[in-house]
Design a protein around this ligand. Structure first.
Ligand code: SF4
Length: 612
């Protein structure tokens, strides 16, 4: 057996005692950090193959074997189950040597909730088979939201939740501003409402010409009857439909729904192009790029599984440009998930091959752009490494900031950037627990301790800790690192300095009396500023959210008889606490009844007005 088992005989023992059934194996380093997760039909023989002489000598396996210190396994009933478990664990732990799908956000679709008595139309990222109708997916969520906004101006369907809808005694603001026809209080008949719904469906199906003809007819009839205001509304609807339809012009193929994937690789840099075809139209194309030591076939298998683990729509056919490990297994899993057959094919000719060629062309293009970008980023990180005297290029930077208002509701934020890009699912927000009053330094210390102690446990630490501020913040950060035994973790503080209309960024480093001055517009400075500003924005947003919640809370809570639903009804109607205070007894009675209105008024009178 290879070096890993020589270093640690217990590992050899563990491998020989592994069962021969299907399951998932988890390889860890000496700090219990997960290095690699894999699945196998026969756990013992699969794991043994890494250690035996017959391993294929790939760099990835050599590196893995040098670092492995421990091994766990989870048994499953079938290989199918192992496939799902493997990818769920990869998603959760992001092991160093697995393919990690960074951008695993699913596409946005539009859903028409036909399963509801009064259907709504909404944007969703999830797909669930059933009565509801789905349109899309669409490449840009901004464009979809704009499209929906326009649709809503033409067809004012309800937007409220079912709970909210059920408890209405009067229409909400949406009705007042003409964005809903208020089915909640029967201001529209079921037949008329459903007609609006079917016209939305028609529009989303791309039958805008038919719809335009209907509305044109109505417009003429309205103007013939001198209903000019109504005719003007129809005119606006026609203009809005034109706008929606314009965004849907796309290339057509004679195919149904298809997802196509093309992969290219140079060294350990991989780009996978994903092209989506719906009802014969290409509706989206995007690139996923990452570095990996895994083989092309393994990459594609792992990538596709992670892609389809999300609640996304599964088409009847998935096209790939090359074969890969577990194709049959993945195909049967997709079919099971879809409820009908879904095939994974490698087309050689015809329209399908044309889609693959198109994906491949795009992959090459994105590959070039992405590689240039990565090279630029590597140079930038090396330069930051030099400037800040770091041991390595700071691939992963975490930046921390504190926000409070005169010492109240203090919060901390942490944002994480990896290779130049924000990794939003690693962002964290902290409610300060141990500091009273406005003491940013102690707040910073608390946040760092909480985050990094957790990081030690999970084996999840950054290459550089950046704090927003100067000497004081840096010294708090250093105290925190010392306390938890991480004194060697690189740390820096970034402070803005304004002098005679000139702004410079100053970086404070441990053991250095004077800060390093960075000109505002150098790439290094701009990158660090971007990270710091993001931490600042994130902290402020959280702080505002808490203040808003607090403002809502202290006003109406603990008033006998005013539970959550009534609080919500009051806020829906009056919007702010001050307006509730200013409302007459009659106005309040309309929402919560006579007796509670009087109780509420007398309680609020005894309470001081909140400072803004
Ligand atoms: S008026 Fe408001 S509460 Fe009533 S259905 Fe429309 S959105 Fe819902």
């Amino acid at each position: 057996m290879a070096s890993a088992t020589k270093r640690k005989p217990s590992l050899k023992d563990k491998v020989s005692r592994l069962p021969t059934s299907p399951g998932v194996y988890i390889m860890k380093d000496s700090r219990s950090r997960i290095l690699y997760i894999g699945k196998a039909v026969n756990l013992r023989s699969r794991v043994r193959s890494y250690f035996g002489k017959s391993n294929d000598g790939r760099l990835f396996i050599r590196l893995l074997m040098e670092r492995i210190d421990d091994l766990d396994c989870i048994l499953t009933e079938t290989e199918d189950e192992a496939l799902i478990l493997e990818n769920n664990l990869i998603k959760k732990h992001r092991p160093l040597y697995n393919v990690r799908l960074k951008d695993d956000k699913t596409y946005v679709s539009i859903k028409v909730t036909l399963s509801e008595e009064w259907p709504r139309v909404m944007v969703t990222r999830r797909y669930k088979a059933g009565e509801d109708l789905y349109f899309g997916p669409y490449g840009s969520s901004t464009a979809v939201r704009e499209m929906l906004r326009v649709i809503k101006t033409v067809f004012p369907l309800r937007t409220c939740t079912n709970g909210f809808f059920r408890n209405r005694t009067r229409a909400c603001l949406e009705y007042e501003i003409g964005r809903c026809t208020a089915p909640c209080v029967d201001l529209i008949s079921k037949k008329d409402y459903m007609e609006d719904v079917s016209q939305v469906v028609m529009l989303l199906k791309g039958k805008s010409r038919e719809l335009e003809r209907i509305i044109e007819k109505r417009m003429k009839a309205a103007s013939g009857n001198r209903l000019y205001e109504l005719a003007a509304r129809y005119r606006d609807q026609l203009a809005a439909i034109g706008k929606v339809f314009e965004t849907q012009k796309v290339e057509e193929f004679r195919l149904g729904d298809i997802d196509a994937f093309s992969i290219i690789r140079e060294g350990n840099f991989v780009a996978i192009q994903e092209v989506l075809v719906r009802e014969g139209k290409i509706i989206s194309s995007r690139t996923h790029s990452f570095r990996t030591e895994l083989r092309r076939a393994e990459v594609l298998s792992s990538f596709l599984t992670q892609c389809y683990l999300t609640d996304r729509y599964i088409p009847p056919e998935v096209l790939c440009d090359s074969d890969f490990r577990d194709r049959d297994l993945l195909e049967s899993w997709l079919s099971e998930k879809r409820g009908r057959r879904s095939r994974i094919t490698l087309p050689q000719r015809g329209d399908k091959a044309a889609i693959i060629r198109l994906a491949n062309r795009n992959a090459h293009n994105s590959f070039r752009i992405e590689r240039d970008e990565q090279e630029r980023m590597e140079t930038l990180l090396e330069s930051i490494e030099k400037h800040l005297e770091l041991p390595n290029p700071p691939r992963r930077i975490e930046c921390y900031d504190i926000s409070n208002f005169q010492g109240s509701l203090a919060v901390g934020s942490m944002v994480s950037f990896e290779d130049g890009k924000p990794v939003r699912d690693r962002y964290r927000k902290y409610r300060i627990q141990t500091v009273v009053g406005a003491d940013d330094f102690r707040c910073m210390k608390e946040v760092l301790e909480r985050r990094l102690e957790r990081g030690i446990k999970d084996g999840d630490l950054p290459d550089l800790v950046l704090v927003d501020g100067g000497k004081g913040q840096l010294s708090s950060a250093m105290k925190a690192l010392k306390k938890i035994g991480l004194s060697s973790l690189p740390v820096a503080a970034l402070a803005k300095e304004r002098r005679r209309r000139q702004t410079t960024e100053r970086i404070f480093l441990p053991g250095r009396k004077n800060p390093i001055a960075l000109a505002q517009d150098t790439p290094e400075s701009l990158y660090l500023q971007r990270i710091r500003d993001e931490a600042h924005r994130f902290a402020i947003r959280y702080h505002r959210e808490l203040r808003r919640r607090d403002a809502m809370k202290t006003g109406l809570e603990d008033i006998p008889g005013i539970g959550k639903k009534r609080q919500q009804a009051l806020l829906d109607r009056f919007r702010t606490l001050e307006k509730i205070r200013g409302a007459s007894t009659e106005e309040l009675s309309e929402v919560i009844g006579d007796k509670l209105a009087l109780d509420l008024q007398s309680t609020l009178k005894q309470r001081p007005t909140r400072k803004k």
